[in-house]
Design a protein around this ligand. Structure first.
Ligand SMILES: NC(=O)c1ccc[n+]([C@@H]2O[C@H](COP(=O)([O-])OP(=O)(O)OC[C@H]3O[C@@H](n4cnc5c(N)ncnc54)[C@H](O)[C@@H]3O)[C@@H](O)[C@H]2O)c1
Ligand SMILES: CC(C)[C@H](C(=O)O)[C@@H](O)C(=O)O
Ligand SMILES: [Mg+2]
Length: 372
């Protein structure tokens, strides 16, 4: 029986449309194998929406997302809008989507694919076995606390507020422990409890919740130390759970472990099966329009969509295996290619992944029942 899925597609700005095209292509290829029929609804978000509708997150786009089973987003932002007032910044759309759709749990896996060791500036022996998951709280913290700029006698004064409610910490920490149960059963909770009140609350909640998961080992680490340990002994990390801004920064740092930020996918989830899937990176204005961006982060985000929103682990595995095979064959986009080597375009890389998916489908060694 056909599986009907409505996917809201928000390409956004910069390289967004280029990488999303490849994500949709892969979704269709896997969908064919598993008898999905997709309804794609394309929407405006970010800078493009500001230009056309004078707002970064039009109500129509939000409604479209609410009606969908999942959202695939490219990226937003660019220098053209950098001087806009806060309510007309493309990035504001991301915060609106996350908050309005209740997507508080941001899963950002960082896996080093075989063959990409040489794309990292770290030594191969440090990188061996890197497979970690940053679980970032996504709808609280500094991003959403009161903020204002005011005039004082000494000049301007700007304030941002870092607020966490106990229940907000509790639900993300549970999510991290549950993920760790299916992985290597280790959680590193990252905070700044030596200085921040919100981190002290965070740490006490982690200690309480941890008692419900006795088989999972837990450690607390200060964020500054974590930033160092992540590049010093990255393979020791399994699940990292942390607040919004720390998670944003540490997940970009993880790009050094995987060879490129173009390799990092993400899933933003709430309570149900609905999710928003997007690469960790931004709109990369420096390479936009050239057709050279790495589409793998977006393609791996599509794999996460099959896993978390469609509960189809086989389809997710098929995409990840295809990416693994393509990289093992030496195919590289510019960001991970050796200096002087011929690099593939965004589209060519997407085509390679689709070909690898089709090969898996034709391969008699893969039992059909294992793919159902
Ligand atoms: N989720 C999002 O939409 C998102 C995330 C981060 C930044 N942004 C926005 O994007 C804009 C640019 O931000 P930035 O330059 O700090 O970060 P960025 O992630 O866009 O780019 C950082 C560097 O990584 C490279 N890069 C990024 N993605 C790549 C890919 N797929 N393949 C190859 N190289 C890639 C870029 O060329 C650049 O050199 C800003 O407006 C920022 O606010 C949006
Ligand atoms: C663009 C920005 C608002 C966003 C964030 O900080 O969450 C981005 O950096 C990300 O990681 O998705
Ligand atoms: Mg970021």
């Amino acid at each position: 029986m056909a599986n009907h899925k409505h996917v809201a597609v928000l390409p956004g700005d910069g390289i967004g449309p280029e990488i999303v095209d490849e994500g949709v292509k892969v979704m269709k290829a896997v969908g064919d194998r598993f008898d999905y029929t997709f309804h794609f609804s394309f929407g405006l978000v970010g800078g493009g929406a500001i230009e056309r509708l004078k707002q970064p997150l039009p109500e129509e786009t939000l409604t479209q997302c609410r009606k969908a089973d999942a959202v695939l987003l490219g990226a937003v932002g660019g220098p053209r809008w950098d001087r806009n007032p806060p309510h007309l910044r493309p990035e504001k759309a991301l915060l609106g989507l996350r908050k309005e759709l209740g997507l508080y749990a941001n899963l950002r896996p960082a896996i080093l694919y075989p063959g990409l060791e040489s794309s990292s500036s770290l030594k191969p022996e440090v990188l061996e076995g890197v497979d970690l998951m940053v679980v970032r709280e996504l709808t609280g913290g500094l991003y959403f606390g009161d903020k204002r700029t005011e005039k004082t006698a000494d000049g301007l004064k700007a304030t941002d507020t870092l607020v966490y409610h106990e229940h907000e910490v509790e639900r993300i920490v549970h999510r991290a422990f549950q993920l760790a149960q299916g992985r290597r059963k280790h959680v590193t909770s990252v905070d700044k409890a030596n200085i921040l009140e919100s981190s002290r609350l965070w740490r006490s909640v982690v200690e309480r919740v941890a008692k419900q998961y006795p088989e999972v080992e837990v450690e607390h680490m200060l964020v500054d130390n974590c930033a160092m340990q992540m590049v010093r002994r990255p393979a020791d990390f399994d699940v990292i759970v942390t607040e919004n801004l720390f998670g944003d920064i540490l997940s970009d740092e993880a790009a050094i472990l995987t060879g490129s930020i173009g390799m990092l996918p993400s899933a933003s989830l709430g309570e149900g099966t609905f999710g928003l899937y997007e690469p960790v990176h931004g709109s990369a204005p420096d390479i936009a329009g050239q057709g050279v961006a790495n589409p793998v982060a977006t393609i791996l985000s599509v794999a996460m969509m099959f896993r978390h929103s469609f509960h189809n682990e086989e389809a997710a595995g098929m995409i990840e295996k295809a990416v693994r095979e393509v990289l093992a064959s030496g195919a590289r986009t510019m960001d991970v290619a050796s200096p002087g080597a011929l690099a593939l375009s965004t589209e060519e890389m997407g085509d390679k992944v689709v070909e690898a998916i089709r090969r898996q489908q034709d391969d008699p060694k893969v039992p059909v029942e294992a793919m159902m």
